[in-house]
Design a protein around this ligand. Sequence first.
Ligand code: OAD
Length: 228
Amino acid sequence: MKIVILTGAGMSAESGLRTFREMGGLWEEYDVMEVASPQGWHKDPELVMRFYNERRKQLMDCKPNAGHFGVAELEENFDVHIITQNVDNLHERAGSTKVLHLHGELMKCRSSIDETLVYDMDHWELKMGDLCNKGSQLRPHIVWFGEAVPAMEEAIPIVETADILVVIGTSLNVYPAAGLINYTRSGIPIYLIDPNKPDIPMNGINFIQEKAGKGVDILKEELLQKYR
Ligand code: OAD
């Protein structure tokens, strides 16, 4: 049985990483177009670099939470595919083996002239003057607003072949990622875990109104009982 899990910032909130659109969220403190768009990068690359360096530093100091571990444990009984909007690596660190990142990865950087030149990072700081093999400035490996989301091509067939869809910790505000939930075969069970009710039609959705840690626990019990 194939379970596809779409995750967002709420998945990592209990690890201490801030979400984007809630009170106290990152987009309250920062102007998204200044730090997460190609225009922002052209205008002030150092500011963009500092923003992602800070995110990377925080990520290296935090750990996966019970939700990440719970989702990884589902692999013992199901074919689990994670499609995440998160740029952290907490799913991988919790042991999940099939993780597709829609919006890039914090622990990678890439050439600013050739997007196929991607490098792993094992330290938090990316600096002006750090260059790719072709001699151009390295930039964070993040899909910024206004850029294409190439991983959608891989994500759509994964969702189309899901037997169960689980959505965890995303406001479903950002497209094309949010549109993925419309690619499921009709009638499959859909679960949604979030302490707050997202602004979408909820008919037919099994809503578990909890934080990720507790919510995944409830989900696991239900899935094992019904579908194992
Ligand atoms: P948002 O900040 O828009 O939404 C976070 C969701 O997590 C909300 O629905 C919260 O109610 C929920 N939440 C909060 N705490 C939670 C917890 N402990 N457990 C479970 N859920 C919780 O974040 P995303 O939907 O991920 O893109 O945002 C999507 C994209 O917008 C991000 O990938 C990022 C951002 O701009 C880029 O930067 C490219």
